[in-house]
Design a protein around this ligand. Structure first.
Ligand code: GDP
Length: 294
């Protein structure tokens, strides 16, 4: 994960550590190298500029120049700033409600259905009663896919293959959940290959009518700045509660993970790191920063 970025940052620190006496010029050059590494990792330009300005300010303000181990102190400062960029603290995920409704949104292929299965699996392992709901009314294959995943993780899947009204299906699923003692309903929705008005209207209506406990936006982290732009568009329409970053296992750059929080101002709540049902984790900004810095 993020090997490309980690390698470049490591190189920047190595250059600094290799200098005999550290001067303000050395620090400035290292910070510039860090900025270049972030931009080539597809971090939003303004985000990269702001964060490296802060790193430089901190480095000079916190006496990196006279510290015993200037390289280490700079790594610490960069770690703190990357953590802040990704939201600082781990975000809460609310599953209170009777039932709690978790609405899953995002483009087709982003990993919504896979994530729905993983989230159900994670919650089930915590002893929660979960119902998965297939609301992709356009792709019958999506219903089958969710059924397969539901079976795999041992969670019931609610579907009405003949019904073309997503809201009706979701409302029926909630009724079914109440009748069968399920406390969390995960609603997997239809996505398109690109943002379009009809999809946006549909998901907007679902959100308005269902008033979900959590609305999550799922996005493929490998798409870098496209992921950030799509998140922005969805957030303007949906005002979602959190982001799910998928396919981090294949992302060598990390641009989406590092920019999305600052640009969209919504927390990353989950990360997905593979196709298997247990490849899901809560998102910890500090752990991610440490991982990037190796
Ligand atoms: P949806 O159209 O948004 O529901 O997307 P899917 O859940 O069908 O996922 C699209 C493809 O991405 C599938 O082949 C999944 O197996 C794959 N996928 C989903 N999440 C991950 C992940 O975290 N890592 C990897 N490597 N593949 C993933």
């Amino acid at each position: 994960m993020f090997d490309n970025l980690s390698g470049k940052l490591d190189q920047a620190f190595k250059t600094l550590k290799g200098q005999g006496t550290i001067t303000e010029i050395n620090v400035a050059a290292t910070v510039k190298e860090i900025r270049r590494a972030l931009i080539s990792a597809d971090v939003n330009f303004k985000v990269a500029k702001d964060v490296t300005d802060r790193i430089k300010e901190q480095a000079l303000g916190r006496d990196v120049l006279i510290s015993v181990k200037p390289g280490q102190l700079l790594v610490k400062i960069v770690n703190e700033e990357l953590t802040k960029m990704m939201g600082g603290e781990k975000a809460d995920f609310n599953t209170k409600g009777d039932p709690a409704v978790i609405l899953i949104s995002g483009l087709q292929g982003s990993g919504k259905t896979t994530f729905s299965g993983k989230l159900a699996n994670m919650l089930k392992k915590q002893g929660r009663q979960v119902l998965l709901t297939a609301c992709d009314i356009y792709r019958p294959a999506a219903i089958d896919q969710l059924k397969v995943l539901g079976e795999q993780v041992g969670v019931e899947v609610y579907a009405e293959p003949e019904n073309k009204n997503a809201l009706e299906i979701a409302n029926n699923a909630i009724k079914h959940a109440k009748a069968t003692g399920k406390k969390i309903v995960i609603v997997d929705t239809a996505g398109r290959l690109a943002v379009d008005e009809q999809m946006m209207n549909e998901i907007e209506e679902l959100k308005r009518a269902l008033n979900p406990t959590e609305t999550l936006f799922v996005v493929d982290s490998m798409t870098g700045q496209d992921a950030v732009n799509t998140a922005k568009t969805f957030n303007e329409r949906l005002d979602f509660d959190g982001v799910v970053l998928t396919k981090l296992d294949g992302d060598t750059r990390g641009g989406a993970a590092l920019s999305i929080r600052t640009v969209v101002e919504k927390p990353i709540k989950f990360m997905s790191t593979g196709e298997k049902m247990d490849a899901i984790d809560l998102f910890y900004p500090d752990r991610m920063a440490s991982r990037i810095l190796g």
